[in-house]
Design a protein around this ligand. Structure first.
Ligand code: F6P
Length: 527
């Protein structure tokens, strides 16, 4: 039987036996921000929120996240809560307010300057700063307090997302041993040799072993994790059951490759996608030439300069393509507060300009670089109208752009050029697989995308669509829930052992801080 929203709903009902579902992820699925004096609601770029929103719509419950939008406090109640999605409220978003210093140390610092490069191993040197580590610990405690508050009064399954919260599972278990805690790590896990440079490695691993289930996209990352734990902490590794036993607690370690909701493509495309495609062609002067697209956050793990070099190589080695195709890169601004991300944006812009200068003419610019927030409605039209989609990550846990692209192609046309170093490459084996470090091979992949006969495209696309249909986001969540749901005990709930939830006063202080920030922004005319 295939997995659908309805089947997930029923699994959630039976497996959770009335326990609350609480998802914790740094990024919120709906951000409210001020634009021209008005409040607007946007969906952030990034696979995690797009993937988990349909799961929460199906299961209900609470999503605890950092309230990062400048209009977030205005649109939530005094507990930071609001019902979402705004047009079809089906679950609760609980926003946690962080100070600028906390965001600097926890999000930009330890999470994105330390753990992100450490886990991706893409030759960006991780930064380990004691002040970042202190903020990371503090924010994990802040989120623990918020989760404990949401979990008050009954059994709950807490589903923690990603590398922002390695310490949270242990904090939760210490306070409420009855909570069932599962954790999904959306990025790769490195080998023990790489991991051991992290000065706080043992503390991170101890935090993660507070989980009942620790899950990664692929078996290889599970193996790396078990190996890392084995070399770092005193514990028993059960290699038959893929579990770690420590201080009387068992943490199972399992692969669960994340996916997408294939129905969303139809919703985003609607009936008028062709009209919107013509408008895009007109705006960017694309004529009726074939289009290759890339859709990414501007992040150094995504291999965006490498793919531009491949575009350049394609034009140089195949001059017959001059004037006859475009490469359009959607590059959503991301983590722009960090110099490495700002430098990358400049590098991509410079490369795009150089290629256009060297090969372009008054009527034809080979590269279009859109460095702006682009909503899913436009992104899916680009997928639908493209001859090919290029995903050239240097290292990626999964990469959901690859999966989204195939869901947008009911016509069974279009070629996926996909980096071998993504989790997606293990499932989408009918893509044109390339090594993004090999510019010539990637250029050959682009050439293949532009020249592949329609029959061959159909054969490959049909198989990839089948794979994503069968292994969709509802299956991912259903399998995870089935695995941990049986641990939920609908019986009595013990009193918390520690970490009492913050008092009303503490919440009021945080709210007041947010409101004074708002007032300051208004006064400065930034809102
Ligand atoms: O899994 C990687 C991740 O950090 C996800 O949390 C998210 O989907 C994506 O990268 C975007 O990152 P951020 O939330 O930092 O903008």
């Amino acid at each position: 039987m295939s997995w659908s929203q309805e089947r997930l709903e029923s699994v959630a009902r039976t497996r959770l036996s009335g326990a609350k579902l609480i998802v914790v992820a740094n990024r919120e699925p709906y951000i409210h921000r001020f634009r021209n004096g008005e409040v607007e609601c946007i969906r952030p770029a990034g696979g995690l929120t797009a993937a988990l929103d349909p799961v929460m719509r199906a299961c209900g419950g609470t999503w605890v996240a950092h309230g990062s939008g400048d209009a977030d406090a205005r649109t939530a109640d005094c507990g930071g809560r609001l019902r979402v999605p705004p047009d079809d409220p089906s679950y609760t978003l609980r926003r946690v307010w962080l100070t600028k210093e906390q965001e600097e140390g926890y999000y930009y610092g330890f999470a994105n300057s330390g753990l992100w490069p450490l886990c991706h191993q893409v030759y960006a040197r991780p930064v380990f700063d004691p002040a970042h580590w202190a903020a990371y610990k503090e924010v994990n405690e802040t989120f623990a307090a918020a989760v404990l508050e949401e979990a008050r009064g009954g059994p709950a399954l807490v589903f923690v997302q990603d590398y922002h919260f390695a310490l949270l599972p242990r904090l939760l278990k210490q306070a409420r041993p009855d909570l069932v805690v599962a954790h999904f790590w959306h990025i790769p896990w490195p080998n023990p040799e790489t991991f051991r440079v992290c000065p706080w490695g043992p503390e991170l691993l101890d935090g993660m072993l507070g989980n009942d289930l620790m899950s990664f996209h692929i078996q290889y990352h599970c193996n790396n994790f078990l190996e890392t734990v084995d070399r770092t902490l005193e514990c028993r590794i059960d290699r038959e059951r893929f579990a770690v036993e420590r201080n009387g607690q068992t943490t199972r370690v399992r692969p669960h490759p994340i996916s997408v909701d294939p129905r969303l493509a139809g919703e985003y495309l609607g009936d008028d996608w062709e009209g919107r495609a013509s408008a895009i062609r007109k705006t960017h002067r694309l004529g009726d030439r074939p289009l290759l697209v890339g859709v990414d956050r501007v992040d150094y793990t995504k291999g965006i300069p490498e793919r531009l070099l491949a575009v350049n190589d394609l034009i140089e080695r195949h001059p017959e393509w001059k004037g006859r195709f475009h490469f359009l890169q959607v590059g959503a601004p991301s983590r722009t507060h960090l110099p490495a991300y700002r430098d990358l944006k400049d590098e991509v812009q410079t490369l795009a300009d150089r290629i256009n200068w060297e090969h372009g003419t008054a009527d034809w610019q080979p590269v279009v670089f859109l460095n702006e927030h682009t909503g899913p409605e436009d992104v899916f039209v680009l997928y639908r109208m493209a001859a090919g989609c290029v995903v050239s990550s240097l290292h990626d846990g999964m990469n959901l752009v690859a999966k989204e692209f195939v869901t947008a192609r009911p016509d069974e046309q279009g070629v996926l050029v996909l980096s071998r170093f993504t989790g997606a490459a293990r499932e989408l084996t009918d893509a044109v697989l390339v090594n993004p470090f090999d510019v010539r091979q990637t250029a050959d992949g682009l050439h293949a995308a532009l020249t592949m006969p329609a029959d061959e495209q159909r054969r490959r696309m049909r198989k990839m669509r089948q794979q994503v249909d069968d292994h969709n986001i509802f299956r991912w969540a259903g399998m995870l829930l089935s695995e941990v749901g049986k641990l939920v005990d609908p019986g009595t709930v013990p009193e918390p052992l520690g970490l009492p939830p913050p008092s009303e006063d503490e919440f009021r202080t945080l709210l007041a801080r947010q409101q004074s920030l708002d007032a300051m922004r208004l006064a400065m005319g930034v809102a």
